[in-house]
Design a protein around this ligand. Structure first.
Ligand code: PLP
Length: 398
């Protein structure tokens, strides 16, 4: 009989897949933050605005009228019609509202659905490193394997087509990209995206493009990946309302893709979610019809904050890549000699400023922290002065 101590199996049987993923490195920080007084948070990635009132009002009115039932699994026909018009206007793409659009519970659900719809056990999806925390977990939970493509500050945190191609195997099913990017704020140019499209075409791969930050760009243009020549038929476009319309809590988004993929995603959605929240769908219709001005006002404001944040970080002595999208700055903290987790923990306890360690987003995020500037200018300025004190204390000379 073996004398080795057996690892305690736990009281309940937990699946291998659930064991394989770790709790989000972001959430862990927020638990710590919630228990500390007087913290300025540059942590969580969401607008500090409330949803524009006309959008909330549309939903309130629908409740008053008694629109509280399930909708069609794919989403309200009126919302899909409106979305189809919107995608025509924004990306010049014609999606059939009856077969090529699915209303989801945020991009979060869209990511999960597409992974489950296309992966068999052991199949691979290529993703950037660092990237949004859900990408690899959704792939693992669907039985697949995430294959990371390293990106770096030197290359503007863009995925290179050559690096992607070098990782393609017989098991590769898709390339998952997310630009404008969380956590770096990087935006990929049309010409670089076209190189990725070329690789996808040559290898007959699907591209999943998470464009939740499409509207949040500063001084550059966002390229809708599906609008690149001949890419509509091999792209799953994921979009949402959370960021551009300050609607994180409504939990509403969409997928636009070839009918066969939407049909597979809809089956899973049907059995797990039934439909997205009815009142959120009504709010989304209003956002698409009349939310443009509110969204662009917020973007203008984010841009002012972005300039203050990036300049402030550089003035402190932290090198900071110029973010052209989303609402994150991703400064290097290597001058302090700390790991990004140590930096974030000590900054929180010593100076009460919450940032997210870059390592929460992948190995290539080590040496950086994510600072979200979707917060008031006064808070950004106070956070920067606390960070200056902190960095001055620990900066290694030389
Ligand atoms: N994709 C990216 C890149 C994100 O940063 C986030 C949220 O932070 C999401 C998806 C999730 O979006 P949603 O609120 O639509 O589920």
């Amino acid at each position: 009989m073996s004398t080795k101590p057996r690892k305690h199996p736990g009281k309940y049987h937990i699946s291998q897949r659930a064991k394989q993923i770790s709790p989000s490195g972001i959430r862990k920080f927020f638990d710590l933050l919630a228990s500390t007084e007087g913290v300025i948070s540059l942590g969580i990635g969401e607008p500090d605005y409330a949803t524009p009132w006309h959008i909330s009002e549309a939903a309130i009115e629908s409740l008053a009228k008694g629109y509280t039932m399930y909708t069609s699994n794919m989403g309200m026909p009126e919302l899909r019609q409106e979305l189809s018009r919107y995608l025509k206007k924004e990306c010049n793409l014609g999606y059939d509202p009856n077969s090529e659009l699915l209303i989801t519970v945020g991009v979060s659900e869209g990511l999960d659905l597409v992974a489950r719809a296309i992966l068999n056990p052991g199949d691979e999806i290529i993703i950037p490193d660092p990237c949004y925390v859900s990408y690899s977990s959704c792939i693992i939970l669907a039985g697949g394997t995430p294959i990371m493509v390293p990106t770096s500050e030197e290359n503007n945190f863009e995925m290179s087509a050559a690096d992607i191609e070098a990782r393609i195997t017989g098991k590769t099913r898709a390339i998952l990209i997310g630009y404008p990017a969380n956590p770096t704020g990087a935006v990929m140019s049309k010409s670089k995206l076209a190189q990725i499209a070329e690789v996808a075409r040559q290898h007959k791969l699907l591209v999943i493009s998470d464009e939740i930050y499409a509207k949040l760009v500063y001084g550059v243009k966002h390229t809708c990946f599906a609008a690149l020549p001949r890419m509509k038929e091999s792209t799953v476009l994921l979009g949402g309302f959370s960021k551009a319309y300050a609607m994180t809590g409504w939990r509403i988004g969409y997928a636009a893709a070839p009918a066969e993929i939407i049909a597979a995603m809809t089956k899973i959605h049907q059995y797990t979610m039934m439909c997205a929240s009815t009142m959120a769908q009504v709010a989304a219709i209003e956002a698409l019809k009349s939310g443009e001005q509110s969204a662009s006002d917020m973007v203008e404001d984010y841009n002012r904050r972005r300039l203050v944040m990036v300049k402030g970080l550089r003035d402190i002595g932290l090198s900071c890549f110029e973010p052209h999208g989303a609402f994150y700055a991703f400064p290097s903290i290597k001058v302090t000699g700390m790991t990004s987790e140590e930096f974030a923990e000590r900054l929180l306890t010593e100076e009460k400023v919450a940032v997210v360690p870059g390592s929460a987003f992948g190995r290539c995020g080590e040496g950086y922290v994510r600072c979200c500037y979707a917060t008031s200018l006064a808070d950004i300025e106070e956070a920067l002065s606390r960070m200056k004190r902190f960095v001055d204390r620990y900066k290694k000379e030389g």
